[in-house]
Design a protein around this ligand. Structure first.
Ligand code: PLP
Length: 377
């Protein structure tokens, strides 16, 4: 029996692909963001940070698109991400593992031609021993801690490392790097302090190129660029500096379906915990995305979605699979089952949602759920 025959076509159509959320990733905008950063840092080159599935956008689409724009340096956080990425890229693309290697992963890493970022004297010694054992020259990057206390060779190991480096030839250091802790705040003193420390370290390792700037660092000026910049969020349309002009093109848009509408009287409770009580009669729409789809629960009673430019405030708590929004501002009947509202798009940026949720664009992007149907343009 074909149930669909009984439905008018207009009602059946919107759900024909089963999608109640459409996530559109604009690979052309991504490419333009890459080109823009490349020209900002020239003659230095721009790498791409594609960790965490390219910040949630799908590394299998994002990395080849960036390669097509001339990117040849790709950074991931974890070795497993590098293994997944390797077959997606041509051999002239280099893949770097920011977190370094876990003991035992060295042989696979060497076999697959992946470049570890070495974060301590001990890690350097292990990699060097493997190279010697294989009787090969293996590539590596050295990361230094210039004041973030997260990853990298600590200051007290620098001299010993410099001494060991000068006496062996099995590891080829491609460049040295460090990471900025406050690059999104252009006038933070920490930027200058870290740059001074990086330059001091570079003097201890003469002849080695420097890789320093993340997205924020790209906008701190030439002194921060070294030979290779390492942007992530700016490629994906996030703001590289907080509060500043928005310089990058948006890459992601998200539309979510309305699954029910209703009118409630004054005094009606809305959502879990009855956290919202209607002050007067209001019209509500329930949309098909919740915290399991990456819209944080901290948006409860804050933030909004949009319909053709009209702001529709989030009302009550965000549920796992749905959010209720106030549609009283729209003429009655504008929204009904099958309509779509804008969560990310021309009226609401990634930064807007992140601010309302009390977080950063990075967290919104990397949480975007896998229940959305993804469209790559
Ligand atoms: C994540 C990361 C980047 C990219 O940072 P953005 O702020 O997204 O540009 C660069 N370098 C390191 C070491 C990172 O961990």
């Amino acid at each position: 029996m074909n149930v669909q025959l009984a439905l008018p076509a207009r009602e059946a159509a919107p759900f024909a692909d089963g999608a109640t959320g459409h996530l559109t990733i604009d690979l052309l905008a991504l490419g333009r963001n890459y080109t823009k950063i490349s020209s900002l840092v020239a003659p230095a080159r721009a790498a791409a940070v594609v960790k965490a599935d390219a910040y949630g956008l799908g590394v299998d689409h994002v990395a080849p698109a960036l390669y097509g724009k001339g990117c040849r340096h790709f950074f991931v956080a974890q070795f497993s991400e590098a293994l997944k990425l390797r077959p997606l890229l041509e051999h002239d693309a280099q893949i770097f593992v920011l977190n370094g290697l876990q003991p035992g992963d060295e042989m696979t890493c060497a076999d697959c031609g992946i470049v570890p970022v070495l974060n301590s004297l001990r890690q350097w010694q292990r990699w060097s021993a493997i190279a010697k054992y294989l009787n090969r020259t293996l590539p590596a990057v050295l990361q230094f801690d210039t004041g973030m206390s997260r990853l990298g060779v600590p200051p007290e190991e620098c001299s010993a490392l410099a001494a060991e480096l000068s006496t062996q030839s099995h590891v080829e250091i491609l460049f040295i790097m460090s990471h900025l802790a406050s690059a999104d705040e252009a006038d933070s003193d920490q930027n200058d302090d870290q740059l001074t420390e990086m330059n001091r370290i570079a003097d201890q390792f003469p002849g080695l190129d420097v890789c320093f700037a993340n997205s924020g660092g790209v906008f701190l000026g030439k002194r921060y660029h070294g030979v290779l910049a390492r942007p992530g969020i700016a490629l994906y349309g996030g703001a590289p500096t907080s509060g500043g002009r928005h310089l990058m093109e948006p890459v992601v848009s998200l539309e979510v379906a309305v699954v029910q509408t209703r009118t409630v009287p004054a005094g009606a409770k809305v959502g879990y915990g009855g956290a919202h009580v209607a002050e007067k009669e209001m019209r509500l729409a329930t949309i098909a995305a919740g915290y399991a789809d990456g819209l944080p629960r901290s948006l409860s009673g804050r933030g909004a979605v949009y319909y053709r430019g009209t702001r529709l405030p989030i009302t009550g708590r965000v549920s796992m699979d749905s959010i209720t929004v106030d549609i009283t501002a729209l003429p009655e009947g504008t929204l009904s089952l099958g309509s779509f509202v804008e969560v990310l798009g021309p009226h609401q940026s990634l930064e807007d949602v992140a601010r309302d949720a009390g977080t950063i664009s990075y967290e919104i992007l990397t949480s975007l759920g896998d229940r959305y149907v993804r469209h790559y343009r």
